[in-house]
Design a protein around this ligand. Structure first.
Ligand code: NAI
Ligand code: 15L
Length: 266
């Protein structure tokens, strides 16, 4: 197999559970980690309970690891203190451990909430300034910058995937634009790990949806070709009302509901 040992953090989470078996073909051993219970280890797995904010524990977690898929952390808006521990200190610990243990490549699960304050009428590429929509979004910007620094300083490569909405199916009209199927996510992870050179790449994690807000021109070297589309779920949202609806911040801005969580709209 291509890698001896891949580490996936956030293994007890929604995406971690889906990916657990899918990433197996890529490594002799998959080391799965989370602060939460991950159940029993299956063949080819190592389970390590670890709080990402614990520097010594993250250092130990990285021992013998060749590549990292970093999904662990808080995945929605939360008080800054909690975000700071899991997503800011957590990412700092992760990169320092990756450096000390000679890890050459990582995937960082960033989010569309790093750019959630752009409008749904905007078309973005990866070179446009970030516009986070929440403390959560700010923590993802931090992760993107942390990984950029470790590339510039030490040559450690990272693909930051600004994941749109990766769920079994879109839950609302907004997600018709942001939907990323599990198969396409898996393919994007494969590209992120196996493209010959990625340097520091930011890619928007979306399927081949009909209406999109993001342009992946600067990630062409990944060779990512989505096979799914949200189009097959169009019947779930027959409402032909205007999108974005006037005076509804959750449809005017790309970040959707996250716009309501900040102090601005309380
Ligand atoms: P999730 O919340 O289901 O999973 C995150 C996992 O991280 C949880 O199992 C949690 O226990 C773990 N975690 C939280 N704090 C931790 C800590 N201090 N130490 C160790 N582990 C900790 O989220 P989901 O949906 O699986 O997302 C995975 C990653 O992808 C997250 O980083 C999220 O921000 C990102 N993402 C997901 C999107 C989606 O559509 N599912 C969209 C954009 C980004
Ligand atoms: C995210 O970053 C979250 O982790 C996920 O739960 C969804 O809210 C997603 O963005 C989204 O914007 O749909």
């Amino acid at each position: 197999k291509p890698f001896k040992r891949i580490l996936m953090t956030g293994a007890a989470g929604g995406l971690g559970k889906v990916l657990r078996d899918r990433i197996k073909p890529w490594a002799d051993v998959v080391r799965l980690s989370d602060i939460a219970d991950m159940g029993e280890a299956r063949p080819g797995e190592e389970l390590v309970r670890c709080d990402l904010s614990d520097k010594a524990a993250v250092m130990a977690l990285m021992e013998g690891v060749d590549a990292v898929l970093h999904f662990g952390g808080i995945s929605t808006e939360a008080p800054f203190e909690a975000i700071m521990q899991a997503n800011i200190l957590g990412v700092a610990n992760l990169y320092e451990a990756a450096y000390k243990h000679g890890v050459k490549r990582l995937m960082f699960a960033s989010s569309n909430h790093a750019i959630g304050y752009y409008k749904t009428t905007d078309m973005l590429d990866a070179n446009m300034p970030t516009r986070p929509d929440s403390m959560y979004g700010i923590s993802k910007v931090f992760g993107e910058q942390m990984s950029r620094y470790y590339y510039d300083r030490f040559g450690i490569e990272t693909v930051c995937i600004r994941i749109g909405s990766s769920f079994p199916q879109p839950a609302n009209k907004r997600m018709m634009s942001t939907y990323l199927s599990y198969d396409d996510l898996t393919e994007l992870l494969r590209c992120s790990l196996f493209a010959p050179r990625v340097g520091h790449t930011i890619v928007f994690g979306m399927s081949d949806n009909d209406s999109v807000w993001w342009d992946n021109r600067y990630a062409a070297h990944l060779g990512y070709r989505p096979k799914d589309s949200s189009a097959k779920f169009a019947h779930l949202f027959p409402d032909s009302s205007e999108f974005p609806a006037k005076d509804d911040v959750t449809t005017i801005y790309q970040g959707g509901k996250f716009l309501l969580d900040g102090p601005m709209f309380k």
